[in-house]
Ligand binder design. Structure first.
Ligand code: ADP
Length: 415
């Protein structure tokens, strides 16, 4: 398939002479096993130029949907693979845009990657070595990088890791109390995820509070389909709820979060299940879906609970209680707590879940202002707490923007 003519240029400034002053932009690529999410962010004013999703790749139903401003588009791409989808993406880039770098979201960087890095052969090999720790995610991320290298030759590519922000966890927070050689020999430790989001909202919370991030202790709660919370002191993650994988910690859409590990043996004996079947249940059939039997989607659950579903109500109660319990636990990692920050689809949009969570946090001095909570925060600061009580904020996350900033920084620091 031929590559449509476009305005891709190398970072050194070579560009389509027909275009006087093309806007530099960073392309963000987030590859799953059969999908790729993408976003194009202009670097001058950090504007989102377009964003989209190519999904069901490799199947007759493959298609691409994207948004530019208020306009929405769909294109069927039967049997398209990743490379074809990325070529198609080039075709939809606005003509006055020059892609100066590609930023890839990579799930697991283990201890090898504590920062975002420009991708070369060594980095690719390093990411591949982390595959065992994220067998579903890292191979897909690698496929995305390899495809992008083909489709965008000469454009710098940067890997931004979900785990990197948590590389500052002290050993007392990252070690499991298992034989020490599990850590030294097999890399068994808590790594944490959603780092890009926690980092972004911590910075944004400091900006909104008008205080330097370096002076703050924060707890950030990223509540989307996956959920995690982090303790952030002086801008560094010092503890988080996810562990060696994104299964540990909070209750999530379909993931159980914390359980007693002896459940594996018990359920194997009770149901004759093997390990894979049990893991499938903990990853895909548990969490909000498992408890409610209704949905993994919080909005649906809140509606169902309002309509009288006891199980939906129970799932929300378990979710909110466990979140509050983790927030309290994370406070042990901090020397001060200046604000609790809610983000992600649930954290940003569900006043009900925030209120239920706050009910269990009275010991920490949490007392929400119901009107501010309903409005998802004061317009400028996002504050939802009453004055004089523990500060709670709603701060929309923007992982794409954070990846774009990191990508640009890496490229600029090396040019
Ligand atoms: P992802 O982790 O896939 O990025 P999101 O951050 O978009 O997901 O979060 C998705 C979750 O946010 C879903 O459970 C969805 O129901 C929930 N959500 C979005 N809007 C609302 C709302 N108004 N009320 C309750 N839950 C909401």
């Amino acid at each position: 398939m031929s590559v449509p003519s476009t305005t891709i240029a190398s970072a050194d400034g070579a560009q389509d002479p027909a275009l006087a002053d093309p806007r530099p932009a960073v392309l963000i690529v987030n590859c799953g096993s059969s999908s790729v999410k993408f976003a194009l962010i202009g670097t001058r004013r950090e504007t989102l130029i377009l964003s989209g999703l190519a999904e069901r790749l490799g199947s007759p139903q493959a298609r691409m949907t994207w948004k530019a401003g208020d306009a929405k588009f769909t294109k069927e791409l039967p049997d398209a693979d990743l490379v074809v989808a990325l070529h198609e993406m080039i075709g939809i880039l606005p003509g006055n845009v020059r892609v100066v770098a590609v930023g890839h979201r990579v799930v697991h960087g283990a201890e090898a990657f504590s920062h975002s890095v420009r991708i070369d052969a060594d980095v690719l090999a390093g990411i591949e070595r982390c595959n065992d720790l994220a067998p579903l995610h890292n191979p897909a991320n690698l496929a995305g990088i390899r495809a992008a290298q083909k489709v965008f030759p000469g454009i710098p590519q940067v890997a931004v890791f979900d785990t990197a922000f948590h590389s500052t966890l002290p050993p007392r927070a990252f070690l499991y109390a298992v034989p020490y050689d599990w850590y030294t020999t097999d890399g068994v430790r808590r790594y944490g995820f959603h780092g890009t989001s926690h980092r972004f909202v911590a910075g944004e919370a400091a900006r909104r509070l008008g205080r330097p991030l370096e002076a703050l202790g924060l707890i950030t709660a990223h509540l989307g389909n996956g959920c995690s919370a982090a303790a952030v002191e002086g801008g560094h993650s010092v503890d988080t709820t996810m562990g060696i994988s994104p299964l540990e910690g909070l209750v999530m859409g379909t993931r159980s979060g914390d359980i007693d590990p002896s459940l594996h043996e018990y359920m194997a004996a009770r149901r004759g299940w093997n390990l894979a079947r049990i893991m499938q249940s903990l990853n895909r059939e548990s969490g909000l879906l498992g408890v409610s039997g209704v949905s993994n989607d919080m909005r649906t659950l809140v509606e169902a609970a309002t309509g009288g579903s006891d199980r939906a109500q129970l799932a929300i109660d378990v979710f909110a209680y466990r979140l509050a319990k983790s927030v309290s636990a994370l406070s042990a990692a901090l020397s001060r707590l200046d604000a609790i920050v809610f983000t992600g689809g649930i954290g940003e949009h569900s006043a009900y879940v925030r209120a239920r969570t706050a009910e269990h946090l009275k010991v920490l001095g949490v007392d929400l202002d119901p009107a501010l909570n309903e409005r998802h925060g004061e317009p400028l600061t996002g504050r939802i707490s009453r004055p004089g009580t523990r500060t709670c904020l709603v701060v929309p996350t923007n992982e794409e923007l954070m990846i774009a900033r990191e990508t640009l920084q890496v490229v600029q620091s090396q040019s």
